[in-house]
Ligand binder design. Sequence first.
Ligand code: ZN
Ligand code: ZN
Length: 111
Amino acid sequence: MALCSYCEKPEVMPFKCKFCGEMFCADHRLPENHECLGLRRFKEERGREPEKWIYEPFHAKHKEVPVGRAPSKSLRDRLEELARNLNTRTLLYVILGVIVLVLILSGLGAL
Ligand SMILES: [Zn+2]
Ligand SMILES: [Zn+2]
């Protein structure tokens, strides 16, 4: 049980605002509905440093390589890149998959 920081109505299931950290009722849980100070601060910061909030690929400074002139990669380069991207967990799943497959196959053989 908590009181809504905006209308002071007792709320059994209060919502915590992720911007200002205050508790609100269902009606005022959205930052827009409680004149959220945290949201205002967030917007001010975004206004000051808009670059920080732009998704990387759309960033003005993001270098784009024209498709036609992209350096062509040899098959070996691609395979090496793929091997580098495979992390241990993926490898573990592959190994587990193989083990399960072997078990199933040996089970079928025993029938
Ligand atoms: Zn309220
Ligand atoms: Zn808020």
